[in-house]
Design a protein around this ligand. Structure first.
Ligand SMILES: [Zn+2]
Length: 463
């Protein structure tokens, strides 16, 4: 199929960062075929279906560089806790009761939520494997919903002394054996869905775990992700065990490299930033989660100044409570301005770069996605600004980052396929997906005994 997205306000995110008024984009097959005026496009591609985008922003689909899709079932259970307590009391106990059906229901809903928010690529960090079939469940959700996805097979190899549930602890051999099996089962060259590998963090993975993950990533040439410097607790445990920061430790053992997406990096020092740059590690910024869990504020301006690649992310919905990248952009800008008391420290354009081309670079796909340019994949979001909060509009980037609430996306294309049109998700039946997510969420909460976290103080009662 071919389409002409006609007369939109086009944010290209190309090298010149051109923003074009009344521009038309022709999509042929899975690629952007041409950009020009409506007349030019219709003349050149008379067979293409015209989708009128007047009064709408046409932008690259966003890249969410860090989430845990299974946590879609845990929204709102982790309020008012710091990460360690949140993980050991609520998220960990929930994860050990997860079934493959739960993981599928969560991932389906997480993908629908992503599409609705203009996200076309998702990096899922899947560390809960109490039962087999979790990776296949996420892969299936990516395939069915049409989302471009990476699912990185994560694990914990230690950490019981810190409260990691023993059911989540696996030997590196077992975890990497399973990862290799899933990679060989699902990865095809240039495939829309890819399996990668992941290590949880410094207090749940031992040196051997990191070494084996690096070895497998090198052998299979897949994406790697991990949490780095998220909380003070991570830095304290790293200092106690290794006498250095987690970044220094991971650099010393040869774990870091250009294929690593390091989530958070909140407590990275200037020396850590130098090491991340040396190894060309990609940083995933998670401002909503970092504030929700009171983790802190990542030194993003310093990282950008140093030349690091920074992508944006929602993090799992147990610590950000949705998958909205539009909200994440606003938080990413406001957090830095507030913490530094410097209005110019970061701009709307910079956070939009993180959400699009920066994220694409982070996952190694900057040649394919992250901008709307001829020859690139047609991963595109159309945003309607004819609503109370985005109008009056003077500039689309400012309106997207600061005025939008996150649900203004009306049409989404991934790989040239329309997965949502005029507000209707077309790849799956959205209400059924949502109902299934609620049922699985209720059942999981009951099984895991995390009902207690349903609003502790203002607990609802039946009338
Ligand atoms: Zn995470």
């Amino acid at each position: 199929m071919s389409y002409i997205l006609a007369d939109g306000w086009l944010i290209t995110m190309n090298a010149k960062r051109e923003v074009l008024e009344s521009a038309s984009v022709c999509v042929a097959g899975d690629r952007v075929a041409a950009i020009g005026t409506r007349t030019q496009m219709v003349e050149r591609y008379p067979e293409a279906e015209v989708i009128d985008c007047a009064g709408k922003i046409v932008m690259p689909g966003m890249v969410n560089t860090h989430t845990h899709l299974f946590q879609t079932l845990l929204k709102g259970l982790g309020d008012d806790m710091v990460l360690k307590r949140w993980f050991t009391c609520m998220t960990g106990p929930s994860a050990i009761h997860l079934t493959a059906d739960d993981a599928r229901a969560a991932a389906m809903h997480g993908c629908v939520e992503s599409i609705r928010g203009g996200v076309t690529t998702v990096l899922d960090f899947m560390y809960a494997h109490p039962k087999p079939g979790m990776i296949a469940a996420v892969v299936g959700a990516f395939e069915e919903t049409g989302v471009r996805g990476f699912v990185c097979r994560g694990f914990a190899s230690m950490g019981e002394e810190y409260g990691t549930p023993p059911e989540l602890i696996e030997t590196p051999e077992k975890a990497m054996g399973d990862a290799r099996e899933q990679i060989r089962r699902f990865n095809k060259p240039g495939g829309r869905v890819q399996v990668g590998v992941a290590c949880n963090m410094i207090w749940t993975v031992d040196e051997e775990g990191y070494r084996q993950t690096r070895k497998l990533a090198d052998e299979e040439k897949v994406l790697v992700t991990t949490h780095i410097g998220e909380t003070v607790f991570e830095l304290e445990t790293s200092a106690a065990k290794y006498g250095k920061t987690d970044t220094e430790f991971l650099s010393d053992i040869g774990f870091l490299g250009p294929d690593v997406v390091a989530a958070h990096c909140v407590h990275c020092t200037t020396d850590d930033i130098r090491l991340l740059l040396k190894h060309d590690v990609k940083v995933s910024n998670n401002p909503c989660s970092n504030q929700y869990l009171a983790s802190g504020c990542a030194p993003i301006p310093e990282m950008l100044k140093a030349g690091l690649t920074v992508g944006l992310a929602s993090d799992g919905p147990a610590s950000s409570n949705n998958h909205s990248m539009i909200q994440a952009m606003k938080f990413a800008a406001l957090q830095q301005k507030g913490v530094h008391q410097d209005a110019e420290i970061i701009t709307a354009e910079t956070v939009l770069e993180m959400a699009t081309i920066g994220g694409a670079r982070a996952v190694g796909l900057e040649g394919e996605i992250g901008s709307i340019e001829v020859g690139k994949k047609a991963d595109i979001a159309v945003v309607d600004y004819d609503n109370a909060w985005m109008t009056p509009i003077h500039h689309p980037v400012s309106a997207l980052v600061y005025s939008a609430l996150g649900h203004e996306v009306v049409t989404v294309l991934i790989d040239g396929e329309i997965v949502m049109r005029d507000g209707v998700v077309r790849s799956v039946e959205e209400r059924a997906v949502r109902r299934s997510a609620q049922l699985h969420a209720d059942a999981l909460t009951a099984r895991a005994g995390t009902d207690a976290f349903k609003r502790r103080a203002w607990r609802s009662a039946t009338v």
